[in-house]
Ligand binder design. Structure first.
Ligand code: PEP
Ligand code: MN
Length: 281
């Protein structure tokens, strides 16, 4: 269904008037974890000022330690979606960890005419949570951004995406976010953006890159460019259809993934870099 067996129909889809396909390009920038109203508003405002109408926002966070901030959950959803509407944000990518999170999002959005939509993210830790995959596949209200499993072969992750499609929902974006190896790594994960053209060849899905999680920090190369920028360029040149990237108005205070968050004031610079790379290659 995702196009792997010689089915050549374009599986692109339209959501909230935006086209997502192997020819489109979108940027989902924003908070790893929603922490305060003010920070969410600052992000949406900056996106609007820079002509971006998509965002990423985490309300439910899959944390490695049970003692770490777990996300604000459903309590932040009503004001978050209202804020998004206020700033003309059409689509928010938001991770769900359980089928009941989908119901909470649906309720908070009150689908009757809310200007903001949601793309449900399946995070790398749930990459083979087949019941969750089937649950997001059974509902047709929201598209799905599926993140490759960090310890899975590409084949296994493509099969997982097929689980979503097999239940009826083929509005899927496939996201590369780095993989773990046994070799040790100066970054958080090994960058796998060379697989962008592979996934585009093997499926008809739009392919997203997440440059934040494989790098894991704001470190700069000797040329003064952050590693996150360098690998963004790799992914864009390889043909990525979307970028999922973490920003925070005050990264030192972020409750989740602070070390890799780009300072919000850098948004114009990052966008300029991305557009320049796209123009050049
Ligand atoms: C995230 O997007 O914040 C996240 C937890 O991503 P991943 O599942 O790729 O680690
Ligand atoms: Mn994160």
């Amino acid at each position: 269904l995702i196009g792997r067996h010689g089915v050549l129909t374009d599986l692109g889809f339209t959501y909230k008037d935006l086209k997502f396909s192997q020819d489109s390009f979108h940027i989902f920038a924003g908070l790893c974890a929603v922490d305060t109203y003010e920070n969410a508003e600052a992000i949406f405002k900056a996106l609007k000022e820079n002509g971006v109408c998509c965002a990423r926002m985490g309300a439910y966070k899959p944390r490695t330690s049970p003692y770490d901030f777990q996300g604000l959950g459903k309590e932040c959803l009503p004001w978050l979606f209202d804020l998004a509407g206020k700033y003309g944000i059409k689509v928010i990518v938001m991770e769900v960890l359980s089928p009941h999170h989908i119901d909470e999002i649906r309720e908070a959005l009150d689908l009757t005419g809310h200007p903001c939509g949601v793309i449900l993210q399946i995070g790398t830790r749930n990459a083979q949570n087949f019941e969750l995959l089937k649950a997001v596949g059974r509902q047709l209200d929201f598209p799905v951004l599926y993140k490759r499993g960090y310890g899975l072969s590409l084949e296994e992750s493509l099969n997982a995406a097929e689980y979503i499609a097999s239940e009826g929902n083929t509005n899927i974006i496939f996201c590369l976010r780095g993989v773990r190896t046994h070799l040790g790594d100066p970054h958080r994960n090994l960058v796998d953006f060379s697989h962008v053209p592979v996934v585009k060849r093997l499926t008809r899905l739009p392919v997203c890159i997440d440059p934040s999680h494989p790098i894991g920090s704001r470190v700069k190369a000797p040329d003064g460019i952050r590693d996150i920028y360098h690998i963004t360029a790799q992914g864009v040149i390889a043909g990525a259809n979307a970028i999922l990237v973490e920003f925070h108005p005050c990264p030192e205070k972020a409750l989740c993934d602070g070390p890799q968050a780009l300072p919000l004031e850098e948004l114009p610079l990052y966008l300029e870099y991305v557009y320049k790379v796209r123009e050049t290659y």
